[in-house]
Design a protein around this ligand. Structure first.
Ligand SMILES: Cc1cc2nc3c(=O)[nH]c(=O)nc-3n(C[C@H](O)[C@H](O)[C@H](O)COP(=O)(O)OP(=O)(O)OC[C@H]3O[C@@H](n4cnc5c(N)ncnc54)[C@H](O)[C@@H]3O)c2cc1C
Length: 370
């Protein structure tokens, strides 16, 4: 049976970054990913600039890709409210297709044993089971994203409100350095530029409203999203690159469990932040950096869990809670309209709310744990 120091389940941002960081410090690392590579993922593809230097420090040639740098934000409400402001940190646009693929290639260069198209079905003590075999690892990390995977065998908790995520790639005459967020009843839609002159159009919506439209996405968009005139205008100007959108369901946002008796969780598996914050990916990357430094320092699993819990709350707890509150306001047309009015009227409040969600820039060799 193959044996490794660390086994990582899921090669999204958190799992791939953690694997590279640990492998390059001499750990033997195995990573399992259920999907094939490269592939598209539902995500707004706006990445906070706080993690630009970090991805470069992992070996990704971001400067060569001539990526759009996004420094302006527009918010609109279906009642006609609008806010235009600049972003202190800002972001860059890059598709998950290209980013996750580049991270997977970097994992291989760093000596990570990477198994794409390999779903983990069971985890027990130090054993990870997949359809292709069972592996023994001293430490197991769950970086499976926002869904409870089957291998955890947790009883499913009924979410109060279920959301869906829908994504298209589009082309058209849109502003290059702008991220716009247009709200509608029960959801909001973000549009921002990525590579190759394309834009990502991605929305989050209350699943019950789609159900009311017999799960017909086109009818739902026409009757619900288009009530926001700005959004209707975007759709009318856009050239859609795919015949059908990518759709995911059952989305929820909150801090999850950071560990159990066998393993630690990182990225969205530990706690997912509302997409409205535009920094779920940066949090996934930063949480991988925090966890890598703790793993390299701490051999005792109980101590590792305690220190990780403390560090996670320090780095991310506040941001996840604030984003959840803003998410609630954004989903209600009246509340969102009033918030836009208040933000337009009070510029100190505007700068605080808009910029509070982003963190400081970081690179791999910064010591982030305290
Ligand atoms: C609608 C929407 C829009 C968003 N927009 C943005 C945005 O614009 N900017 C931003 O920064 N963030 C955004 N986010 C959040 C961002 O996508 C996540 O925070 C980020 O992807 C988290 O990375 P991760 O590595 O934790 O999880 P993921 O990227 O989800 O990766 C988890 C991986 O684990 C794999 N996996 C799961 N189960 C198993 C298993 N049993 N065996 C093997 N592999 C498994 C999955 O296939 C997946 O590849 C958005 C989220 C949503 C829902």
């Amino acid at each position: 049976m193959d044996k490794y120091d660390v086994g990582i389940i899921g090669a999204g941002i958190a799992g791939s970054c953690l694997a590279i960081l640990l492998a390059e410090e001499g750990k033997s690392v195995v990573v399992f990913e259920k999907e094939d590579y490269p592939s598209h993922k539902v995500c707004g593809e706006f990445i906070s600039l706080e993690s630009y230097a970090f991805f470069k420090s992992l070996g990704l040639p971001l400067d060569d890709w001539n990526l759009p740098i996004i420094k302006n934000l527009q918010l609109t409400s279906q009642k006609g409210g609008e806010l235009n402001t600049s972003l202190k940190t800002g972001g860059f646009g890059l598709s998950r297709y290209k980013l996750d693929h580049a991270l997977a290639e970097q994992m291989k260069k760093s000596g990570v044993h990477f198994h794409p198209k390999t779903k983990v079905t069971e985890v027990q003590n130090e054993m990870i089971s997949t359809a292709n075999g069972t592996y023994k690892t001293d430490l197991i990390i769950g970086s499976h994203g926002k869904y409870s995977p089957g291998y955890l065998k947790r009883p499913k908790t009924a979410a109060k409100r279920k959301y869906i995520g829908v994504k298209y790639h589009i082309k058209g005459d849109f502003k290059e350095n702008l991220i716009s967020l247009h709200s509608f009843d029960g959801g909001y839609c973000g549009i921002s530029k990525i590579e190759d002159n394309q834009y990502c159009l991605c929305y989050l919506a209350d699943a019950s409203k789609l159900k009311y439209h017999n799960n017909n996405i086109r009818a739902f968009e026409k009757n619900v999203l288009f009530k926001n005139k700005k959004l209707k205008e975007v759709y009318s100007k856009a050239e859609f690159m795919w015949a059908k959108p990518l759709v995911i369901s059952n989305i929820k946002f909150n801090k999850q469990q950071l560990y159990n008796e066998h393993m630690l969780f990182v990225g969205d598996a530990a706690g997912s932040i509302s997409p409205l914050s535009g920094n779920g990916m940066s949090i996934a990357a930063r949480s991988a950096l925090v966890l890598s430094q703790l793993i390299l320092e701490e051999e005792n699993f109980a101590q590792l869990r305690t220190r990780y819990n403390k560090e996670w709350d320090l780095h991310f707890g506040g941001r996840v809670n604030k984003a959840e509150l803003l998410n609630k306001l954004m989903l209600n047309p009246t509340a969102h309209h009033l918030v836009l009015k208040a933000l337009n009227a009070f510029s100190p409040l505007r700068h605080k709310v808009v910029n509070d969600m982003q963190g400081d820039s970081f690179v791999r060799n910064f010591r982030v744990i305290r």
